[in-house]
Design a protein around this ligand. Structure first.
Ligand code: SF4
Length: 236
């Protein structure tokens, strides 16, 4: 059930600053645990193709495991975490440093649904190595980790948890058909003020949906268009 009125204000004005203190201002709380393993489907150095950080050098870490079940998912191989090797956080971060020529950039943790895992240790290790920590999540599992940027991409197949919504820096709604505009506005009303708002055509429907997005954004200029630019320039 979605939060409304006073309950949502309480979460944003009282609980969010307290939680941010533990996530961001009190690094000793998160920076000390940097061990453990995570199921990694793939990791690679490329350009971020979507949203606010589009065009920036970014190191992607795609974790296995997803229980959302989007019918149009283009990474269904990620769903079963057991199919992917458990890799130590130390190895994940060392590989990231090697592949970025030891010039830490944005580290984008994605999936799958990355929040199916406790990400405190990974984000602490990435930050200690100098990376900015970005996450791309549906918000359908509890938030863990210390994040410089949270891209929330809510999915109808398993809705975001209300307590994740205030942490979104960017709301990115994948539009598959016309009913997704209503879904997008529902969540735009629930994220914090200043959250960037993006509409992105679902890739296989882009030819039909993109003109609808152009018209919609011209009528509702608080939204911006997000394109999967990496797919146009043939990078991962
Ligand atoms: S949340 Fe992402 S990985 Fe999971 S089913 Fe949806 S599109 Fe695929």
């Amino acid at each position: 059930m979605l939060l409304k009125g006073a309950t949502q204000r309480l979460l944003i004005e009282v609980l969010l600053p307290v939680t941010n203190y533990f996530y961001e201002i009190c690094p000793l709380m998160t920076a000390t645990i940097t061990t453990g393993t995570l199921p990694v489907m793939e990791s690679f150095y490329t350009l971020q193709g979507e949203g606010m950080h589009q065009g920036k050098a970014a190191y992607f870490i795609r974790l296995g495991g997803c229980d959302v079940g989007c019918v149009w998912c283009d990474v269904k191989d990620s769903w079963d975490a057991a199919r992917h090797p458990q890799i130590s956080i130390e190895t994940i971060v060392e590989k990231a440093l090697q592949e970025t020529n030891r010039q830490p950039c944005i580290a984008v943790v994605t999936g799958g649904e990355p929040l199916m895992h406790d990400l405190k240790a990974l984000t602490a290790a990435l930050k200690a190595a100098g990376f900015e920590t970005n996450i791309e999540t549906s918000g359908s599992s509890p938030l863990s980790g210390s994040w410089d940027w949270v891209c929330l991409s809510p999915k109808k197949f398993k809705a975001p948890l209300p307590e994740v919504l205030p942490f979104a820096n960017e709301l990115k709604v994948v539009v598959f058909n016309k009913t997704d505009f209503e879904w997008a506005e529902k969540y735009a009303a629930l994220v914090k003020p200043g959250c960037k708002l993006y509409l992105q055509p679902e890739w296989d429907k882009a030819a039909i949906v993109t003109p609808l997005l152009v018209d919609y954004i011209k009528l509702h200029p608080q939204w911006q268009l997000s394109l999967q630019v990496h797919k146009y320039i043939n990078v991962p």
